[in-house]
Design a protein around this ligand. Sequence first.
Ligand code: FES
Length: 149
Amino acid sequence: MKNSHDLPLLTIGQVSKRCGVKPSTLHFYEDKGLIKSWRNSGNQRRYKKDVLRRVSLIKAGQKVGVDLKSIRVALDTLPNSRTPNKADWEVMSSVWKSQLDEKIRYLEKLRNSLTGCIGCGCLSMSNCPIYNEDDFLGNNHSGPPLLDK
Ligand code: FES
């Protein structure tokens, strides 16, 4: 089967095998608007070959902890929903690297705070950096505010 550009279309099984993801994952990506398929006359899904690159990008993003919503936002910046090229990937990965660096800094801070809690057990609302019973600081802060001290 070929599409309007005379390129061969892939079945869901072919995409699944080439990308190493389950067909149900492809359905999920499609439901989230991350990839697109067409239906043949038998109402079966068909994909353009560039879906392979999009799925690779989605998997790469997920592997470094980027949520699907952010991946969708990045893909939506591409004109006419085109497949990301090398330059696009460089921009996206650079943004994601910054986000990842920020997460790493936060987790290191959390780890260091946790180290102080190990063996302590006080769970003090005023002193413990990871404890905040009933979200008493929630009106003025988001996240665990004592970590920012
Ligand atoms: S449990 Fe005591 S400071 Fe966190």
